[in-house]
Design a protein around this ligand. Structure first.
Ligand SMILES: [Zn+2]
Length: 653
């Protein structure tokens, strides 16, 4: 450890002196200026593992790979990156520590942003790197993620303390306090949080403790200083007053999480903030913290535009075990695929922590398979008692090459009656594809809950139920997030669409799910469309899932794989599959999870019912009458040379 008092003759700052260092002209290690000179570790890994710095744990390979890749330490010239990422890294999951160490030794890592082997300078070639500023980690419980992130946070704090005149470099006032925050869900055991782990390392780290002691000594030796003027710490905070850097432990309920100039933020067990006694939701905590980084991010962005990459960016770590399929951490994982600034990892407990094998968890998997899958395999279910236990079957049924046969757009319009103005939204069918030889069925759900209107159409191909397409029209509610004026769905538009379709293609049956659709049903019947009303039962859902398991259902592909279809508008096929994954089966009823929807997937289930089990919807006398009519139609049509209609399988019984 080489911390000493300030010497005025040293001119090179840690970032300016580095190229000279490499050439051997300057024989000193990079140090910060300031009252206490701090030695900067060669890189985050050495900081974490080396005795004189943090003196943290020797990282298992999967954890080492996270630090290596988040900080982008591999020299692109001296390593076969493709081979490391696609071959070695996967092989090292579960490998013994000796084998892993051999591979680690073969990898050439930057020291002070310079390759010790070839001299490649990272900061001179910034465009070859992602320069990540956000880390998303979803890992099973007891995977050691909190310890890892505590170590990485310590490495960042060490790096920040080593930057000379950080505030001035960022274009801030010299005395501006810069904050770092660790935020845990309220009610978590303090010792279990990332801050708890960080503090444990901090209080025992040679590097931090020597710095602390040097500051405290200075306060005593320098008669111009008062006690606590350079350094002040409490159980939940550390204030490096000399550097104007404050580290705080907060909870999701703390009033002060909306800071202004933060340079790093760690969110601990993000997904848990939607449960328990957290007053803020996970989404809110994430948004507020991300906002608190904006001032510094904007400064860093300005510097980078002028080619300066040596000043550390504002960074955020979000770590969690998942709770549900669509909880905040799982959504961030998906978002990270589209953002080159987000570094993400998703690992099971045994993949991340070789000290726990899957066999060790066999009991838990046997007694509570769903819970163990969520907690250790980091593979959360869509709801509490999901109807679809194996969600892989959904993907098998998606026709990856086929889009919905409907093209629609949303039309906004007003109706003014005297002093009243009514604002509406309606779907407009701009195009649709169909086959002449097919007979279609339609199921409609004029949603009770959200008053959105959903419709799906399908037909049979041999014994396979093909869902051709879907239409959704959602109202715009009061107090919507985008601040749009509210609009109701204009329901007559839906019967218009159905009649437009019936003029061109052959609609065999149509069904409604809700009691309040009588008027629409009568109107359609008058237009010679065989429309019926029958609520969907649990059995209808079970038969639908059985057909899926037998690979006898085909869905059109999602409009977008990444956007949340419950927020984005006009993505009915993505919404149906999103809802399907989350349907909850309590053994009596199949329904959406609390706060969710099921109106689009209901239409798919309704189409399946009409095609394979019309007797569930239509009474036997009605059905027989209908069959007779069809036979007559069929023979008539044959005579006039038209295509023979395919008969749905259920009707042949
Ligand atoms: Zn190199």
């Amino acid at each position: 450890m080489q911390i000493g008092l300030k010497s005025d003759d040293k001119k090179s700052s840690i970032f300016d002196g580095i190229s000279e260092l490499l050439e051997g002209r300057v024989q000193v290690k990079p140090r910060s200026k300031g009252r206490v000179q701090l030695e900067l570790a060669p890189n985050a890994l050495e900081f974490i593992e080396t005795e004189k710095f943090l003196d943290g744990p020797n990282l298992h390979y999967p954890q080492y790979a996270v630090v290596r890749d988040f900080f982008e330490l591999l020299c692109p010239q001296c390593n076969d990156l493709e081979n490391i990422y696609s071959k070695i890294d996967p092989l090292m999951i579960g490998a013994d520590d000796d084998t892993a160490q051999q591979h680690r030794d073969n990898q050439v890592l930057f020291k002070h942003n310079i390759c010790p082997k070839c001299g490649f300078e990272k900061l001179q070639n910034p465009h070859q790197f992602n320069n990540y500023n956000e880390l998303i980690g979803v890992v099973g419980m007891r995977g050691g993620k909190s310890v890892l992130v505590a170590c990485m946070s310590a490495a960042i704090i060490h790096e920040l303390l080593c930057v000379d005149s950080l505030q001035e470099k960022l274009g801030l006032v010299k005395s501006q306090e810069i904050d770092g925050a660790f935020v845990a869900a309220s009610g978590e055991q303090a010792s279990e949080t990332i801050y708890g782990h960080f503090r444990g390392f901090y209080d025992n780290s040679p590097w931090f403790q020597e710095y602390r002691r040097a500051l405290l000594d200075l306060e005593i030796l320098d008669s111009t200083l008062r006690r606590g003027e350079l350094y002040w710490a409490t159980e939940k905070s550390i204030h490096f007053k000399e550097k104007h850097i404050r580290i705080k432990s907060l909870t999701s309920n703390s009033g002060s999480i909306a800071g202004k100039t933060r340079i790093f933020a760690v969110i601990d067990e993000l997904s848990r903030m939607d449960a328990g006694d957290s007053k803020r939701s996970a989404t809110e905590v994430y948004r507020v913290l991300k906002r608190s980084l904006i001032t510094i991010k904007a400064s860093v962005e300005r510097l980078r535009r002028s080619g300066v990459y040596s000043v550390p960016d504002a960074r955020m770590f979000c770590i969690s075990s998942p709770m549900f399929e669509d909880d905040k951490s799982m959504m961030l994982l998906k978002q990270s695929e589209k953002s080159d600034k987000m570094f993400a990892f998703h690992r099971t407990t045994w993949e991340f922590n070789p000290d726990i094998s899957k066999e060790d968890l066999a009991d838990e998997f046997a007694t509570d398979p769903l819970g163990a899958e969520r907690d250790y395999a980091a593979n959360p279910p869509g709801s509490e008692n999901p109807l679809i236990l194996n969600t892989a079957i959904i993907e098998i049924c998606v026709d990856k090459n086929r889009v919905s046969n409907f093209t629609t757009r949303e039309v906004f319009f007003e109706e003014v009656l005297d002093e009243f103005k009514f604002s509406y939204i309606k779907p407009e069918l701009t195009d649709f594809k169909y086959k002449n030889v097919a007979e279609y069925v339609i199921h409609c759900d004029p949603g009770q809950r959200q008053d959105s209107f959903c419709l799906a159409m399908g037909h049979l191909e041999d014994d396979i139920v093909v869902i051709d397409g879907a239409i959704e029209c959602r109202p715009i509610h009061k107090n919507n997030r985008q601040g749009l004026p509210p609009r109701d769905v204009y329901f007559p538009a839906m019967t218009d669409i159905i009649m437009k379709l019936s003029r061109v293609l052959s609609i065999r049956f149509l069904s409604y799910d809700r009691w309040n659709s009588t008027e629409q049903i009568h109107k359609l019947r008058t237009s010679r469309i065989a429309a019926f009303q029958k609520n969907l039962s649990r059995d209808d859902h079970v038969r639908f899932v059985n057909s899926m398991a037998a690979n006898k259902v085909r869905f059109p592909k999602r409009e977008n794989e990444f956007i949340d279809p419950t927020i984005a508008r006009n993505m009915p096929c993505a919404k149906a599959l999103w809802e399907l994954k989350r349907l909850n089966d309590d053994g009596v009823r199949v329904d959406h999870p609390p706060g969710g929807t099921n109106d689009m997937i209901q239409c798919y289930v309704g189409v399946h019912r009409l095609l394979l089990h019309p007797e569930e919807v239509i009474s036997i006398p009605e059905l027989k009458k209908e069959q007779r009519k069809q036979r007559m139609h069929g023979s008539n049509r044959k005579k006039i040379g038209q295509v023979v209609k395919l008969s749905p399988k259920g009707l042949r019984r």
